[in-house]
Design a protein around this ligand. Structure first.
Ligand SMILES: *Cc1c(COP(=O)(O)O)cnc(C)c1O
Length: 454
């Protein structure tokens, strides 16, 4: 292990050849997504596709998204990406929004928008609150923390969906926004968005659909279902639902765009305007920006635009069809294994997998599969392995191999039980054994700091 301070700025530069070879060596330790053995993090649609997008990205490598005046091309990319996404999510010409660096930033922006809207329109509120179902992403906790809001977490119903009655009971005079997921990360379900958004509408407050994970998949799964394919029905979650005032949708997940691309969209500019920041008394002149970051990447805007234009409805439909094919194959295979079952009723290609056998702990199972080269994330409540299936799992036809190794590993574990010893299982086990939340938080932060130190 090398401590960062042992690495100093080199006196002389390093040759291109040497750097290239060093990078290849670094890469060897990374999750093996190229063979389709990574069930998380990477959304890939094949190297032909990716190489073309890289060209678009590199074409605008130097341009800066800070000023819409200096680089009208970037303004145009962003506006067209927003407009295409609004169409995909069944909005109308009154909808607006921006590109951001990721789902977290999109969620931060929505939260700031509702807080600032309340400051303007409901000045009596001193301690603004958001109501967020248990299953919604920690980015809402981060947003509440950064923007000094209270977050009320509400329980789920028996099918891992937000309990509408619990949300209704949680509404107070201080509530400024309600959240629902389409889909949620742990289970892959769509919350009852119509009922939740109706509550928000009735109380005259904001409703955010977190479609970071589902935004670039559900519209196409809906169409597949309408065309009679064997995929689940997609409940309404988008701008078609009265009361939905904002939606986050990640381009860098099922949009198949490079990391650092997401969208935050609003029903109309009455909401959108609260997202902006302006400062007019700076010696550098008036300054204004739409999102958290200052300078933004022109390359990412160009890449996102190119992908949406290149694929269109038909291209995304093909990717969704392939993805659902692989996801259904994996789900059916898992359901045939007596020790395992699927968690809840996932709508698309993201799902959790629980154990029915006390000898098989999902975290240990994931660790053991990790030793065979697979990368599998785990989720909690209940403990589950977690799968995100995408186009390249279909292209690589990896599901049969995975199911085979999954069954082998289960048999091995039954014959030779493994203690919670290392890997993710150890970390999760350690965290859950800690006496209270503050200690757990401190421990996790220390763990993360150590990760970045070495
Ligand atoms: C990924 C994700 C987010 C956060 O997105 P980042 O791009 O990681 O910042 C939010 N909500 C859901 C449901 C997600 O899957």
């Amino acid at each position: 292990m090398v401590k960062p301070k042992d690495i100093t700025m080199p006196e002389n530069g390093t040759s291109k050849e040497e750097l290239t070879s060093i990078m290849s060596r670094f890469h060897e330790g990374d999750a093996n997504w190229e063979q389709g053995k990574t069930w998380t993090y990477v959304y890939n649609a094949g190297s032909d596709f990716t190489n073309f997008i890289k060209q678009a990205h590199n074409r605008f490598f130097m341009e800066s998204g800070l000023s819409p005046m200096a680089f009208p091309s970037l303004k145009r990319f962003e506006a067209e990406v927003v407009s295409m996404a609004v169409d995909m999510l069944r909005g109308n010409k009154r909808c607006f929004g921006n590109m951001t660096t990721g789902g977290t930033e999109s969620i931060l922006m929505a939260t700031k928008t509702y807080r600032d809207w309340a400051r303007d329109k409901k000045p009596a509120i001193n301690e603004p609150e958001m109501i967020v179902p248990e299953s919604a992403h920690p980015a809402f906790e981060k947003a509440a923390h950064y923007f000094d809001m209270n977050i009320i977490r509400t329980p789920l119903d028996g099918n891992f969906k937000a309990d509408v009655k619990a949300v209704e009971r949680a509404i107070t005079e201080n509530t400024v926004m309600i959240v629902g997921s389409a889909i949620d990360y742990p289970t892959g379900i769509v919350d009852p968005i119509e009922d939740l958004a109706a509550l928000a509408k009735e109380h005259g407050i904001g409703f955010h659909t977190d479609s970071c994970l589902g935004g670039f998949m559900l519209p196409f799964v809906r169409k597949l279902h309408e065309e009679g394919e064997d995929v689940p029905r997609v409940p309404d979650f988008d701008f078609k639902v009265p009361g939905v005032t904002s939606i986050s949708a990640d381009l860098h997940k099922y949009g198949y765009a490079p990391k650092g691309t997401s969208l935050i969209l609003y029903k109309n500019q009455k909401w959108w305007k609260y997202q902006f920041f302006a400062h007019v008394e700076w010696s550098g002149g008036a300054y204004a920006s739409p999102t958290m970051t200052g300078t933004r990447s022109g390359a990412l805007m160009a890449a996102a635009w190119t992908i949406m234009k290149f694929l269109g409805w038909k291209g995304y439909m093909t990717l969704a069809r392939n993805t659902m094919h692989a996801a259904r194959e994996l789900q059916r295979g898992i359901e045939e294994i007596p020790e395992l079952s699927i968690r809840g009723d996932p709508v698309m290609s993201v799902f959790g997998c629980v154990s029915n056998d006390e000898k098989i702990n999902p975290y240990i199972l994931a660790d053991q599969l990790g030793k065979k080269g697979w990368t599998i994330d785990c989720v909690d409540a209940p403990q589950s392995m977690h799968f995100i299936v995408c186009d390249h799992h279909y292209q690589k036809q990896i599901v049969p191999l995975f199911l085979e190794e999954l069954k082998e590993t289960i048999d091995d574990l039954k014959d030779n039980p493994v203690d919670v010893a290392d890997g993710a299982a150890a970390v999760y086990g350690m965290i859950s054994s800690l006496p209270d939340r503050d200690t757990a938080k401190d421990t996790v932060i220390k763990f993360m700091m150590d990760q970045y130190k070495t």
